[in-house]
Design a protein around this ligand. Sequence first.
Ligand code: ES4
Ligand code: ZN
Length: 326
Amino acid sequence: FNQQEFIKKIAKLELHLHIEGSLEPELMFRLAQRNNITLPYASVEALKEAYQFNNLQEFLDLYYQGAEVLQTEQDFFDLAWAYFETCHRDNVLHTEVFFDPQTHTERGIDIGTVINGLSRAKQQAHEQFGISCEYILCFLRHLSEDSAIATLEAAKPYLQHIIGAGLDSSEQGHPPEKFQQVFGMAKQLGLKRVAHAGEEGPAANVANAWQLLDVSRIDHGVRCLEDEALVKRLAAAKMPLTVCPFSNVKLKVVEHLREHPLPEMLEKGLAVTINSDDPAYFGGYLLDNLQACSETFAWSPQQIAQLCHNAVAASYASDQRKSELS
Ligand code: ES4
Ligand code: ZN
């Protein structure tokens, strides 16, 4: 029995993927050239060598810099299309994709340019590969709540392309309670809600994202383990946690994959899913994360199947699509 082949062939879903974090160095250089931008790196190799991070902020600095090559609708199409090609290669059949409009609107790019490019790629991925995709608009938590509200207002003409609202970027110093108002507005608009919490920040951020932002998934959530009572409540509610193992290693949330608390999280009955976060920066896509975890933690095929099942249950796919994916 070939476990790696089994993991490759099983139907997979991804629920935590930043499209700007899927920008591979090769495409970054191609888009820079196309848009007459000079990158502060001599080559693809030099750029890849810079991908060594001691924390979330060091990564975010390069991630926002990399995103500056994205300028036209075609650039956003090409970015998303490249990601869908990896999904097709790896048998990822459904994906829920974060995008950060403020990273682009702060540079003077219209939100319509971003959303139209992404949507066209999604449409083509559905037609050509049978992949289903939903987009989740993320607010950058290092910016003000007013800026988040303005972003939600600007997105109103495009709501048919957006299933939910999320919260990402620097968790330290920017707790969920800062965004209560805009999440209330997102709920009013019929959007699902998710938030990064308990990645670098404390367990209290997980509890507050749940209680105050009324989210239906927690992104990362690994530090919930520091609050035993919270873990019990999350498990009882089957609150999905979108865990990103390679991300946690690369950003030094954990020292090594073998020290990752995934086994403990599963042991405690948490509704864990496995995801790639920013695969172009963290060394691999969903398949790579699953294969490495399976090796490191000696997961059985049943455990792999359970994790994929957890992702179906946690997804925002229609009931019909969920049954196709089961
Ligand atoms: C992110 Cl790993 C991570 N954490 C928070 N915000 C992000 N945006 C892109 N990747
Ligand atoms: Zn993330």
